[in-house]
Write a protein that binds this ligand. Structure first.
Ligand code: U5P
Length: 378
């Protein structure tokens, strides 16, 4: 019999891989009978249905004129301590070393209870903040004082040791998706509604359009593809690069072939009409969108960067190309799109890979086992 645990989860609840994973994990742990308490500044955006055993505790940060900056970290730690005591939490699972792990450590001390702390590193805290010397000590502190630390890829673990050098074992626990949601569904009406012709191939890119995502490389690769194959590009998401990307699309004269869809919620329907995903980032600790696409039978072309090669199986479920090598990326894409049998094999291999290496039940059990090992050790 599975012992029910009371688990607090803190994440950044906005669109982004870490918030999505933290929310999905909370939902699945709730389905396994545990009691889940989300402690964050707003309701996680994928928490989209009722669970009797999922609670949400909002962190409110007041703007006092005496403070130059609103004290979010202190407000979060206070809320965590309050929830730890009132709900008698067994553990806190926080996503990001700073500020969340540091807040959890403070909350643990404030509460006076022996609540355990599990920290998951998602990347930004290491690959961006890790380069800031004024923050590395705080990140190391957050990691070393956590009871268990996990990272979403092996690549992120080695980067963490390179940049932060913590005296702490870090376990790799891969990201996962809910296979009940991410599966190929009959969405051909969408293709028609978007005005895409039956013979046109659909290439998709989903991201937050930050410069590291290299959306311009996606557009340039697509331009080469479209010279040889009738195709449309779906750009999903929004962010700082949007303006330059729009300009580039106009300059390359492919405006009639590129659909800017902005931020979307049901991305699985868009993957379901797609033939190929491009994820050409210069930094990526995992690449959740590649996993989502693969689950819907969409082969991916990704860069040889961070955790991407751990997600895409080169030559089986897609291809790994060197950063910025648009020639190679477009050739690989054209080859795949021109050979339906090969494409079918890659598509099937993608689904199989997700159901094997990244299966939700397996990954959620890895987290549960880590929690149990902590609670048993007392
Ligand atoms: N995402 C959306 N809608 C968008 C853009 C992104 O739901 O318009 C989601 C992706 O599906 C993915 C996450 O789950 O945000 C981004 O992951 P990552 O790029 O941070 O790894």
């Amino acid at each position: 019999m599975n012992k029910k645990m009371k688990i607090g989860i803190t994440c950044y609840p906005t669109v982004g891989g870490s918030g999505v994973i933290a929310t999905e994990l909370g939902k699945m742990l709730a389905e396994n009978g545990h009691e889940i308490h989300f402690i964050s500044s707003s309701l996680p955006f994928r928490l989209n249905r009722m669970y009797h055993n999922v609670y949400y505790h909002q962190v409110e940060v007041n703007q006092y004129s005496v403070f130059q900056y609103p004290p979010y970290d202190i407000a979060l730690a206070s809320k965590m301590a309050e929830v730890i005591n009132r709900e008698e939490l067994d553990l806190l699972h926080v996503h990001y070393a700073i500020p969340h792990a540091v807040c959890a450590i403070l909350a643990q001390q404030m509460s006076g209870r022996d609540v355990k702390i599990v920290t998951t590193l998602h990347g930004t805290d290491i690959t961006v903040l890790g380069y800031d010397p004024s923050l590395t000590d705080a990140i190391r502190f957050g990691i070393e004082k956590s009871d268990i630390v996990t990272a979403v890829s092996k690549s992120l673990i080695s980067q963490t040791y390179d940049l932060i050098n913590p005296d702490k074992k870090i376990d790799a626990v891969y990201n996962f998706i809910d296979e009940r949601v991410y599966k190929r569904s009959e969405s051909s009406h969408l293709k028609e509604e978007y005005g895409i012709l039956p013979e046109e191939k659909i290439i998709i890119h989903v991201s937050n359009f930050r410069p590291v995502k290299r959306v311009q490389d996606v557009v340039r690769t697509f331009e080469k593809i479209t010279k040889r194959i009738p195709a449309k590009l779906l750009l999903v998401g929004d962010g700082p690069e949007m303006m330059v990307v729009c300009k580039l699309v106009k300059k390359l004269n492919i405006a009639d072939k590129v659909l800017f869809l902005g931020k979307q919620d049901s991305v699985e329907e868009l993957y379901s009409i797609s033939d190929l995903m491009l994820l050409l980032s210069e930094k990526e600790s995992f690449g959740l969108v590649a996993l989502e696409a693969m689950a819907c039978g969409v082969p991916c072309i990704g860069t040889n960067v961070g955790g991407i090669p751990e997600v895409i199986d080169h030559g089986q479920s897609g291809y790994i190309c060197e950063l910025g090598d648009i020639e190679d990326m477009s050739e690989k894409a054209i080859d795949l799109l021109q050979h339906p049998q090969k494409h079918q094999q890659f598509s099937e291999a993608s689904v199989k890979l997700v159901r094997g290496k990244f299966q939700a039940t397996t990954i959620v059990k890895q987290y549960e086992d880590l929690y149990k090992s902590l609670l048993q050790s007392g």
